[in-house]
Design a protein around this ligand. Structure first.
Ligand SMILES: Nc1ncnc2c1ncn2[C@@H]1O[C@H](COP(=O)(O)OP(=O)(O)OP(=O)(O)O)[C@@H](O)[C@H]1O
Length: 289
């Protein structure tokens, strides 16, 4: 069951090309502005996860940085979605799951019994592959969760929050005259932006995206990619994608998963131009997966 991990995970990471916080990721000195963008958000150490007796994640060590987009890539079944769900404890909902190791957000162990799961999921929002608006109005899709979390109560505050979230998600101009229409009446791309607006309305720190554009046409995909690029100014984004061009376009960092392990993690430009591992090279060049 045990996966061998080196005694010093950071050293282990460096050997795999995994950048450490505050250190230049690609062998070039970072500017002051770049360093400001490389604050640690999530720290994962020696993470193992099992579904029953089947191990799905093996000795994962990774640092995820604030206000960056990190793409998780790798062949089907390699553990990307499982890993994503470790970051907001969505795996708790699956009875067969057991795990060991550390997932730390802003220095706090997310699996600690002291961690309030509801509060954690407010701080770590999630957007799924298939847009899944609530069967409610566009307005209520946004306002519902902030009300539940007591972030707003007065109607004018709700109105302001709804407008801000829809503006941030690039949807306001398209829906401002029909806020009471059902969320499900929007196009697929608009529904996905509504789901993003819903996620950001509770002011999370991190947004997890599980193949957010795989159900969308190329124009809606480009709109979401542009949106991700703007959203990273406010949020840390971790996204799963099977689309190598998308990872290359949007992600600051990319982690390549294979059979439950992180094989390589690096600055996206470096990984796509000079992958350190043959498996990474084969995968990103489309030779398998
Ligand atoms: N609820 C579950 N119960 C049992 N095994 C599961 C469950 N969910 C995932 N697995 C298994 O865990 C492994 C990792 O699955 P996961 O969905 O995380 O991979 P993935 O890389 O996201 O795949 P894909 O790219 O196809 O979405 C696979 O072998 C999968 O069959």
């Amino acid at each position: 069951m045990n996966h061998p991990v080196m005694s010093d995970p950071v050293m282990n990471n460096q050997m795999r090309g995994i950048p450490s916080p505050g250190t230049p990721a690609i062998g070039q000195p970072l500017t002051t502005n770049e360093q400001a963008c490389h604050e640690l958000s999530i720290r994962v150490r020696d993470l193992d996860l099992w579904y029953g007796t089947t191990q799905a994640l093996k000795g994962l060590n990774i640092d995820l940085f604030q206000n960056n987009i990190t793409a998780l890539i790798g062949p089907s079944g390699c553990g990307k979605s499982t890993f994503l769900r470790c970051l907001n404890r969505m795996n708790d909902l699956i009875p067969s799951v057991s795990l060991s190791g550390l997932v730390e957000m802003d220095g706090r162990d997310v699996n600690s019994s002291k961690m309030d799961e509801i509060a954690l999921r407010r701080r770590v929002g999630m957007v799924f592959q298939k847009p899944n608006p609530f069967p409610k109005s566009i307005y209520e899709n946004i306002a519902y969760a902030p009300r539940m979390h007591d972030l707003v109560s007065r109607k004018p505050d709700q109105d302001e929050l709804v407008e801000r979230a829809l503006r941030d998600a690039g949807l306001w101009e398209e829906v401002k005259d029909k806020l009471q229409a059902p969320g499900t009446s929007l196009s697929g791309g608009q529904q996905q932006r509504l789901c993003i607006a819903r996620a950001i309305a509770v002011q999370p720190d991190v947004i997890l995206m599980d193949e957010p554009t795989s159900a969308l046409d190329p124009i809606s995909t480009a709109t979401i990619e542009d949106l991700m690029d703007r959203l990273k100014e406010k949020f840390t984004i971790i996204t799963v994608t099977h689309n190598m061009q998308q990872a290359a376009r949007v992600a600051d960092y990319t982690a390549f998963f294979h059979l439950g392990e992180i094989i390589e993690y690096n600055d996206t430009r470096v990984m796509f131009s000079t992958p350190a591992n043959k498996k990474t090279e084969d995968y990103i060049s489309g030779r398998y997966g």
